[in-house]
Design a protein. Structure first.
Lengths: 111, 115
């Protein structure tokens, strides 16, 4: 079945550094969503992408919908301690109303 | 209350107990979802309700029984659970069940521990 692979699985960075992570699929997606989950909480939607090549920003976050429609990227600029958490990508499975979620990228920021 | 709320936030139950999880959305959405999140695994979709009708049952064991009395409320009834059912159970809602232009908004989850 369809699945989403995220990389890296985890990363430790210094405060102020930029962060890049990606999400890839073996099949085409028409929508990409990026969520962040803090410990003990539900995922919070960060950015939604609907068109191949689309580049969308939300504050220090920028996400891109890959041209091949099989990948998406999330960048965080000038990281701060509250960026700590797990970042998930998600997309709808073809022909259904179901979203599948990636394996997550765990981000830790060192002050 | 705003967004999606879930109660209780934490639940410990024995394998012979019966309990229920509650979810309420205050967003005027028409679709609601139950997900299971286990450690080091992707979120697993369990059930989807669209306009109060169940549209997805993702091969979930019958010891989990969902109920959607209206578009704002969703329940997950639990009975004779197993320790491996311990997980974070997340509720989400979206404007409709269609996947396009239809972001899901999540509640804070119920942390379930089965002894």
């Amino acid at each position: 079945g369809q699945q989403l692979n995220q990389s890296p699985q985890s990363m430790f960075i210094q405060e102020g550094e930029d962060v890049s992570m990606n999400c890839t699929s073996s099949s085409i997606f028409n929508t990409w969503l990026w969520y962040k989950q803090d410990p003990g909480e539900g995922p919070v939607l960060l950015i939604a992408l609907y068109k191949a090549g689309e580049l969308t920003s939300n504050g220090r976050l920028t996400a891109q919908f890959g041209i091949t429609r099989k990948d998406s990227f999330l960048n965080i600029s000038a990281s701060i301690p509250s960026d700590v958490g797990i970042y998930f990508c998600a997309g709808p499975t073809s022909g259904t109303y179901k979203y599948i979620f990636g394996t997550g990228t765990r981000l830790k920021v060192l002050a | 209350e705003t967004g999606v709320t879930q109660t209780p936030r934490h639940l410990v139950m024995g394998m012979t107990n019966k309990k229920s999880l509650k979810c309420e959305q205050h967003l005027g959405h028409n679709a609601m979802y139950w997900y299971k999140q286990s450690a080091k695994k992707p979120l697993e979709l369990m059930f989807v309700y669209n306009f109060k009708e169940q549209t997805e049952n993702n091969s979930v064991p019958s010891r989990f029984s969902p109920e959607c009395p209206n578009s704002s409320h969703l329940f997950l009834h639990l009975h004779t659970l197993q320790p491996e059912d311990s997980a974070l159970y997340l509720c989400a809602s979206s404007q409709s069940g269609r996947p396009i232009y239809n972001e899901q908004f999540f509640g804070p989850g119920t942390r379930l521990t089965v002894l």
